[in-house]
Structures are given as structure tokens and as C-alpha cells.
Design a protein around this ligand. Sequence first.
Ligand SMILES: *[C@@H]1O[C@H](CO)[C@@H](O)[C@H](O)[C@H]1NC(C)=O
Ligand SMILES: *[C@@H]1O[C@H](CO)[C@@H](O)[C@H](O)[C@H]1NC(C)=O
Ligand SMILES: *[C@@H]1O[C@H](CO)[C@@H](O)[C@H](O)[C@H]1NC(C)=O
Ligand SMILES: *[C@@H]1O[C@H](CO)[C@@H](O)[C@H](O)[C@H]1NC(C)=O
Ligand SMILES: *[C@@H]1O[C@H](CO)[C@@H](O)[C@H](O)[C@H]1NC(C)=O
Ligand SMILES: *[C@@H]1O[C@H](CO)[C@@H](O)[C@H](O)[C@H]1NC(C)=O
Ligand SMILES: *[C@@H]1O[C@H](CO)[C@@H](O)[C@H](O)[C@H]1NC(C)=O
Length: 653
Amino acid sequence: MVVQVQHNLLLVITFLMLLWSWWSLLGALGDPQTHLINKGCSQYNATDLSNFNQNLNATLDDLRAQVSNQSKHFATAQEARGADPVYAMFQCRNYLSTADCAACFVVATAQIRNCSAGANGARVIYDGCFLRYESNGFFDQTTLAGNSMICGNQTAVGATTSFNTTAQQVLMELQIATPKITGFFAATKTQLAGGGAIYAIAQCAETATESACLDCLTVGYNNIHICLPNTDGRAFDAGCFMRYSETAFFADNQTIDITPFLKQGGSSNKKGAIIGGVVGGVGLVVILLALFGLLRRYKKPKRVPRGDILGATELKGPVPYRYKDLKTATKNFSDENKLGEGGFGDVYKGTLKNGKIVAVKKLILGQSGKMDEQFESEVKLISNVHHKNLVRLLGCCSKGQERILVYEYMANKSLDRFLFGENKGSLNWKQRYDIILGTAKGLAYLHEDFHVCIIHRDIKTSNILLDDEMQPRIADFGLARLLPEDQSHLSTRFAGTLGYTAPEYAIHGQLSEKADAYSFGVVVLEIISGQKSSELRTDTDGEFLLQRAWKLYVQDMHLELVDKTLLDPEDYDAEEVKKIIEIALLCTQASAAARPTMSEIVAFLKSKNSLGQIRPSMPVFVETNLRTRAETSTSTGSSTSNATASISMLSAR
Ligand SMILES: *[C@@H]1O[C@H](CO)[C@@H](O)[C@H](O)[C@H]1NC(C)=O
Ligand SMILES: *[C@@H]1O[C@H](CO)[C@@H](O)[C@H](O)[C@H]1NC(C)=O
Ligand SMILES: *[C@@H]1O[C@H](CO)[C@@H](O)[C@H](O)[C@H]1NC(C)=O
Ligand SMILES: *[C@@H]1O[C@H](CO)[C@@H](O)[C@H](O)[C@H]1NC(C)=O
Ligand SMILES: *[C@@H]1O[C@H](CO)[C@@H](O)[C@H](O)[C@H]1NC(C)=O
Ligand SMILES: *[C@@H]1O[C@H](CO)[C@@H](O)[C@H](O)[C@H]1NC(C)=O
Ligand SMILES: *[C@@H]1O[C@H](CO)[C@@H](O)[C@H](O)[C@H]1NC(C)=O
């Protein structure tokens, strides 16, 4: 009898234990949110593979222990033994449970090890967590080239205007509040007027400073707000992350009230900042299950950025030149040796002691605290860009406040001279076509094939140089990032040259690769027509190039646009000209999303076929206060500093 009771008790206990482990198993595996957002591998390898692997394993083990045993949501580790140091950082979104955070870590380490053996830097970003390692310290980095966003492909239904305004408001507030919150994390849920809600989070690496966090989220906001009015969007960068969605991706009780942090100079409120933490309890399982169910219906993002890596991993540095040698080479930077005045400073022809001819660019960059460090990393990056349609950076030189870049010398100078200047009319159709194609290839490389996505921001005919064989070489890429921040941010000032600048960048400071596509489209029209984009031609009822091109295209009179110096129509293929005009018009579409990517443009150009169903719609015309600046910036004019001209949209006539 006693045995019987004991047996029953045992059964009950076993059952309860099974039930308990089932609950806890479910609880443990809520949803680690391992939807991959972005990844990148360095193309540079460690010098000593086994030393590197030891260091990498040690740092990852260290991180794992911090995440699993100490329930941390943010951890860094470093192992600098031998020739191949490894620095690593891991961060979970604070709303994940310890178990989910650990699960996300496991997925992230598996993925990050998938880079080729010995890759000395890599990063993976998931919805739930972020893991990165490099061969040098990067823990204070926040915003870097390669920052981007992923937008959902569903448009918010119903009251999209209210959705837009509410979402913008929420994201803006998160941007302001999060840097002031201890732990740099905030989650909010905001009811929408027409029903439903917007869930949003912002997070910075805990090793960032408050101002660096704000900088990063400012860039993040600029990226993510392009996603509106889609139902969800994410912005990622080296040191921060933002996400919004109409779908709940964290539990309601993870939210905090951010209003105290929105007040001017709002002091850090220590409590309520870090949420998440340990998750347990049966009740939560239900929520997690519900969340899991919701998240399974989650829509795939429409745009997956290419494998660019945030941040400079060990790159080969540029060759240092001695100031004295450059001074001699350029005859003390004499006017006689001056080749032009670019947006970033004057360029001189220099003859080095060994007889080699180079172009020497003296940068004007203004004062900025971050300059030195930024200059170094940027120049390092640029000097590793090698493509036959890009001007090569050979080396650099710093002396006091002076920053000098040494480039390959291009004997034929810039394209504008062949279109509008002293060599006007000397390009035949084949040469023009080659220049268009080569320029597109160079840009496609910068955007998509180099391991960091470089947006040029200032594509124009004076930045397209021609080599001995009249092949195009794009100059000045990578330099826009050296401008002081206030020139490349939200404000009315921007890098770029009016007339070539995409409207969303000119007006809202929204920067993407598509801004370069727009400028490329304008350059293509200039190459075809021999007319400057900024020039009002008296013989064409005072229309700007883009307006004229569109009007002629709609009237099927596009051949009228072709440069009159291409006298003999036998020289060019009318169908090809039409196709290229269509490509240029596609590039100048009002909506950045409607513009093709540079690799698509290269494919269109190379294809023998017409564009088929793809038809451009009316481009945007950005009118600039050109009459006043037409004279001041004729050749290689710098207009970055006086880019305050009024901008207005003109409608087609
Ligand atoms: C690094 O190693 C991989 C193979 O492990 C190789 O494909 C790649 O070219 C190497 N990169 C460099 C820059 O040497
Ligand atoms: C590092 O860890 C990986 C995966 O756990 C293992 O395959 C490799 O042998 C380890 N390497 C060293 C040097 O410990
Ligand atoms: C972390 O926990 C695991 C398993 O409980 C244990 O093997 C390991 O030694 C712990 N690591 C540290 C650093 O405490
Ligand atoms: C690693 O790469 C291989 C081939 O590219 C792929 O099949 C595999 O799924 C990848 N592993 C992970 C964890 O993503
Ligand atoms: C919402 O905002 C986006 C970009 O900010 C814009 O393109 C869209 O037209 C807006 N929609 C509405 C309905 O206001
Ligand atoms: C969130 O709410 C659930 C029940 O609704 C509760 O079990 C859980 O402890 C709460 N979490 C936090 C962090 O307050
Ligand atoms: C959105 O993406 C999903 C998955 O890729 C696809 O099935 C769906 O058709 C897309 N919806 C729209 C409106 O493009």
C-alpha cells in the first residue's frame, strides 16, 4: 500500500517535472530573433592563422561566458597575444531574455565563423543581437560608412499620413531620448489614431559616448525614415540600431516612458532604463508564444544590403610622402602647376624625383576635432580602392594642419573640358558611350563591390577624369566623408554640386547610393547633349537640360538632344541613343527607390536589347539659383561651401 502511494507520487512528480521542463524549455527558447539583417567579412587575412584562431576563440569564449553566465546583454572582449589581436563586441536587444540572448549569440558566432578562415574582421547583425570582431580596437566607433536600412515591403494601410507622422515623431523622440538613458536602450509602443500601434526601439553600443550615440542615431533616423510609410523598417550602423514595426516585436511591459528625456537637458534617469533582463514564469510563455506566432508571419525585407563591412578592418595603408618632396615636385605649389580647384581643395601637377608625374591635392577641410583619426582611416580606406575606372590614390602626407593626397596623374584631365571647354566637340559617339559605361562601372564598384559601400556624393563632369585611352576615371570618391559634420548632415548644407544633386539629398539630406545614380543620370545627359545641366540655353526657351531632355523624350524627338558636334548621324545608332537617354531619365526619377542601382545600369548599358517595359516617368527638376553661380564655378568649381541656393521643384511644361 505504502509502495503504491509512493509509486503514484513518483508518477505525479515525474509528470510535474516533465511539465516543468517543457515550460522552461519553451520559456528558454522564446524567440532569439535571429533574422539576419546584415553581415560582412574582411577581405584581409590574419598573418598567423593559428595565433589568430586562438585569439578569436578566446574572445568568443569570453563573450559567451558574459552573456550566458552573467546574463549580460552587452559585452566586449579582447585577446591581443601575438601578431593577430582580436577585439570583439556583442550586444543583444535589451528586451530579449537571457536564454534568447544566449541563443542569438550561438547563431551569431556560427555565422561569423562562416567568413573565410583567417578573415581578420567580421560582423553580423540580427534583429535580436549584434556581433563584431576586428583586429583593432573599435569599441568607441558608432557611425561608419556602410550604415544603411532595411525596409519592409508592405505599405501601412489606412491612415498612412497619420502613420507617417506618428512614426516619424516616435523615431525622432527615440533618437533624442536614447542617448540620455543609462544603457542606451529604449523601447516604445505608440497607439495609432486609426487603431493599431507602432513598436519602436533604439539602442547604442554601451561603450559609446552620449554624443556619439546621438550622432549614430541621427544617421539611423535619416536612414530609417526613408522606409516610411512601410509597416516596418530597421536602421543599422557600427554602434547603433533602430527598428520600428506595426507588429509587436517585444512585450508591452518592455516599454519605457521616454518623455522625461525629451525635455531640454533632461538628466539621466537611472531607473527604468534597462529592461529585459531575466525572463521567467509561466505567464510569460503565453506572451512569448504569441510573439513567436506573430513573428513567424513576419515579412521578408525587400532589400538586403550587400556584404559591406562596417569599419576599416586591417587595410594596407597609403604610402606616406614627404612634404618637402611634394613641395619640390609642384614647384612650391605654384599657380603654374595648378591643374584645378576641386571641391576639396586645389590640385597641382607634380613631378617626383624619379620622374613620375602625379596629381597632388591640397585638402581644405576646416577645423574639426575628429579630423586626424578620421583622415587616417578614410585615407586608408580610399587607398585600398582599386578599379580601372577610379583614380588611384597613391599616398598622402600630413604636416601640421596640412593634409595632402597624391593621386595618379590623368593626362587628359577632366571630361568637362571635352564637353564644354577647350576640347568641345572632339568626342565621337563611341568615346562618349565608353565614358558612360566606364563611369557606371566605377560607381557600381564603389557602391556594391568594394567591402565598404562608398557613396561619392559629388558626381559631375569635372570629377570624371580621362586617361590616355580616353577611358573615364572617377576622382574624389570617399572625400565627402571628411567634410565637417554640419556640412553633410540634415541641414540645408550638403556635399555635392547643385544641378547634379538628387533632390532628396539636396533638400532633406537623405543620402543613399541612389543620390549618385541621380548625378550619373545628369552627367549622361550632358555627355549626350554637350549641354551643361546648369545652363539655360537661349535657343531652347530657357529650359534646363533635364527639362529639355524629358520634353524631347515625351515628344519622341529625343535625337534633337544629341550634341550637334556629332554631325554625322551615321556615327551613332539612334536606338542606342534612345536607350541611353531612357537610362538617364530613369536615373533622375523623383523617387530614389525608382532609380536603378549602378549595377543594373551597367547591365542595361551592356545589353543589346532595349529596356522593354521599363519606362521612365517625369524626373524631378531641381532648379538652383544658377545664374549667380554659373560664372563662379565653370570648370572644377567648388560649390560645396556656397550651396545655399534656393531649390524649388519645377513642373514640366
Ligand atoms: C584571404 O584568404 C582567403 C582564403 O582563405 C582568400 O580567398 C583571400 O584571397 C585572402 N585574402 C587576401 C587579401 O589575401
Ligand atoms: C577555435 O574554435 C573552433 C570552433 O569551435 C575550432 O574548430 C578550432 O579548432 C579552434 N581553434 C583553436 C586554435 O583553438
Ligand atoms: C559558465 O558556465 C558554464 C556552464 O555552466 C561553465 O562550464 C563555465 O565554466 C562558466 N564560465 C565562467 C567563466 O564562469
Ligand atoms: C556558411 O556558408 C555556407 C556556404 O556559403 C552555407 O551553406 C552555410 O549555410 C553557412 N552557414 C551559416 C551558419 O550561415
Ligand atoms: C509618408 O512619408 C514618405 C516619406 O517620408 C512619403 O514618401 C509618403 O508619401 C508619405 N505618405 C503619406 C501618405 O503621407
Ligand atoms: C511582463 O509581463 C509579464 C506578464 O504579463 C510578466 O510575467 C513579466 O514578468 C513582465 N516582465 C517584466 C520585465 O516586468
Ligand atoms: C513582400 O515580400 C514577400 C516575401 O519576399 C513576398 O511574398 C510578397 O509578395 C512581397 N509583397 C509585396 C507587396 O511586394
